[in-house]
Design a protein around this ligand. Sequence first.
Ligand code: AMP
Length: 364
Amino acid sequence: MVIGILGAGQLARMLALAGKPLGLKFIFLDPTPIACAADLGTHLIGDYTDKALLTQLAEESDIITYEFENVPVEIIDFLNQKTAVYPPAKALLIGQDRITEKNFLQDLGIATAHFADVSSLEELQQAMPDIGYPAILKTRRFGYDGKGQVILNSDQDLDQAWQAIKNAPCVVESFVPFDREVSIIASRSVSGEVTYYPLSENTHHKGILRLAKNTHNDPLQAQAESYINTIMKALDYVGTIALELFAVGDKLIANEFAPRVHNSGHWTIEGSETSQFENHLRAIMDMPLGSTNSLGYAAMQNFIGNVPASEKLLSLTQVHLHLYDKAARKGRKLAHATARTNSLENFTDLINSLTELAKQSDDS
Ligand code: AMP
């Protein structure tokens, strides 16, 4: 079976690596001539809107999926005429706009930060008495990893923030005083079989995920599963999905969902019986989903801008290194390492070592 993927970055690469043992072949469409998934399949080099290449992708694939959420919905509709595309376009349509997404979540009874839709400096000024400080101004579309976001601490910040955001339509939302940031990852197959991973506990810095670790019997697991299940049903979802959440006391507040495999689930490659990548492929092929049980304690550390020497990382014998084969560039996610062990004490030591090595090489 041939799986077509829009995008040939690290997520596509990890999908292909998970699919090879299942006998799958891959074809990628990505405009970047040197893309990091390219050597794992056929690489069609060209724009995502190139009709001839999209037709070729649809003709040569049995099923199509994507690795990023900014795929224009018209492209999914075009491909769908020939070949099934999962996750469904509805997930993209809602997830691509922060206001639509927040309204969708609230309509499903899922709590979000208090927010307002603002399209001008005047609207922002009018919204602030109700939203309160501190707050975050985010562009409605095309924001990721903290890009297109400004923190607002007082009325004095508004002018400059609005200039920084370049007049783009925005959501302004109250800053959630969270105890923890967590995410739930789940997979749903074409026939509706569903499986959930244990909550991932996530640490961000400058809006970018740095460390993600699995939890064990987290008291908020059931609430997170109920949220993501409600979302998947409402979207007729097929594939792996991630929901990022703020934990405040015994409550969860949804930040955003990603209709794809997710960085906070990379620890599932070594830390779970079946990874998020393999379950995504099983889900879109309508195969039985694999167990999401954790294999001990597992954590993932991202390496951004630079990667510590492989010798140093691999001298930690319970650490597994994933180099994405990408050219180093400031602020770019280049690699991650997973620590997995059965000893909690050992786990803490491994995380400390990985975090220290990441800090030494990080340039963001
Ligand atoms: P996002 O691009 O929405 O995923 O935001 C990136 C990161 O910024 C989140 O993971 C949080 O660490 C932080 N953040 C975003 N929105 C809020 C909020 N309303 N309250 C507190 N922290 C936030």
